[in-house]
Design a protein around this ligand. Structure first.
Ligand SMILES: C[S@@+](CC[C@H](N)C(=O)[O-])C[C@H]1O[C@@H](n2cnc3c(N)ncnc32)[C@H](O)[C@@H]1O
Length: 459
């Protein structure tokens, strides 16, 4: 069925959310979600799915353009599921991220008193991604690399993406040439057969070092050592070539077996964060590292300033990864403790502390929800707690444990406004109120909202 709709806002997935208009339509007045549209658009829509209270549709044409609409820079925009907001002007993206965070904190977070500041723009709106992960597929007998279509596992063939750092793309292209040259069989997710699944490149913008990864279903990929040597010789700055083994029939890209093919297990980067100065980091293949390094430095500066660390403070950095925020915080605090579940990341964090001669830190491996009580018993009451969990937010047990340790402030860094707001509401029940929040745009051209929230103990 074809209808006309007026787009008024965005869904949390970044699709335009509108109302079907026109008295002649049976669907008149119903909410419809249409990817590729912007608020203010009047659009023709093909209805794909009809539920009781809403519908989903496909954009057929724009009758009247909304004020934020702009031209996409990528030839596969709209077909690729990577960046849903290329058609939205950057200044308008920033305003919407502020709106999404505000609505979420007010409605789910039950914190209308929280001041939501303007979004901090990213220093780069294109070419910012330091990590590129490319799925491989066979289409009509030909091996293609690209990106998945929205909500699908069909690959849209593409040999570049405007969001990627060019150094990362150059390395992925070199890996793809090697895969074709060696005629490896390509993994088929329906049958589970085939050898190579994904190509991954990671770069350290501060040093120019690069890491290349092949994700395969076997640890004995024929010719892999020679492949790695050739790539290291031909692509400048490649310091690490790794094979990741993933035999699981899942959507998860990386498996949990690793093999060093050439070079070393890590790349090194340098980050600078305001008055805390510079820190050198070793980043291993399985560790989290913010994908927009330049903006991550701004994010960390905002989070650390929000902590208002004094030289007598003990600071906990919960979900600490390779110790990025922990080590910057340690430069201002008496002592810092990082808690992180991935053991190799904890090992890298400890190495990073030694590398930077930072001695007033400890790192504890394990799930936060399990480790926090013993961490508090061992290291004492924190003055401030920094939280930076994954998208799922905090496990239920984490909030009461932190509250019982009575930090004067909690600074929550989040990449998901919904789980952030759920946790803010929980903290409020225990007497911690969100004073202010600030979106920091880590992911231009996408609807993803990263933010920092400052919570303070009341009374
Ligand atoms: C968003 S990252 C933040 C890492 C670090 N703060 C940074 O900026 O680089 C979240 C981290 O939490 C870790 N993690 C996930 N679930 C966890 C849990 N239940 N307990 C402790 N750490 C966890 C992940 O391995 C990841 O390193």
């Amino acid at each position: 069925m074809r209808v006309r709709a007026e787009i008024r806002s965005f869904s949390h997935r970044g699709e335009g959310a509108g109302i079907v208009v026109g008295a002649s339509s049976d669907l008149s007045g119903i909410t419809v979600f249409v990817p590729g549209t912007v608020p203010g658009d009047l659009v023709e829509v093909q209805i794909l799915e009809k539920k009781r209270n809403y519908a989903r549709g496909k954009l057929l044409g724009v009758v009247r353009e909304g004020p934020g609409r702009t031209r996409e820079v990528c030839p596969v925009a709209g077909r690729c599921g990577g960046c849903a907001w290329q058609h939205l002007r950057y200044d308008v993206q920033l305003l919407w991220k502020q709106t999404i965070l505000k609505e979420s904190l007010h409605r789910i977070g039950k914190s209308p008193e929280c001041e939501v500041k303007a979004t901090v723009p990213s220093p780069k709106v294109l070419g910012y991604r330091n990590k590129v992960e490319v799925p491989l597929q066979v289409q009509r007998g030909k091996v293609v690399a690209g990106f998945y279509e929205p909500y699908s596992h069909r690959v849209v063939p593409s040999d570049e993406c405007p969001l990627e750092h060019p150094l990362a793309r150059e390395l992925v292209s070199a890996l793809f040439v090697q895969v074709r040259k060696r005629a490896y069989s390509i993994y088929d997710e329906k049958t589970g057969k085939g050898l190579v699944r994904h190509l991954v490149a990671r770069i350290a913008p501060g040093t120019g070092e690069r890491m290349g990864m092949l994700v395969a279903t076997t640890a004995r990929l024929p010719g892999a050592l020679e492949l790695a040597r050739e790539v290291m010789e031909s692509v400048h700055g490649v310091k690490s070539m790794i094979l990741n083994v993933n035999r699981e029939m899942t959507n998860v890209i990386l498996g949990n077996q690793w093999k060093l093919l050439a070079g070393r297990w890590y790349i090194e980067d340098v980050m600078s964060v305001g008055s805390a100065g510079s820190v050198r980091f070793r980043i291993g293949p399985g560790s989290f590292y913010q994908v927009n390094t330049e903006q991550a430095q701004n994010l960390y500066e905002i989070a650390l300033d929000a902590c208002e660390i004094s030289p007598t403070d003990v600071v906990y950095d919960v979900y600490s990864g390779i110790g990025t925020m922990t080590l910057f915080a340690a430069k201002k605090a008496r002592f810092c403790v990082g808690v992180e579940e991935v053991e190799t990341s904890v090992m890298e964090a400890k190495v990073n502390a030694r590398l930077n001669r930072i001695n007033n830190v400890a790192f504890v491996a394990g799930k936060a929800e399990r480790m926090l009580p013993s961490v508090i018993a061992r290291f004492g009451r924190p003055g401030v707690v920094l939280l930076d969990p994954p998208r799922a937010g905090l496990a239920e047990d984490v909030v009461p444990v932190i509250v019982r340790s009575r930090p004067r402030a909690i600074v929550y860094v989040s990449c998901n406004p919904s789980t952030l707001s759920r946790d803010v509401a929980r903290f409020k029940e225990f007497g911690y109120e969100a004073e202010w929040a600030i979106p920091v745009d880590m992911f231009p051209m996408t609807p993803h909202v990263e933010s920092v929230v400052k919570l303070k103990r009341k009374g």
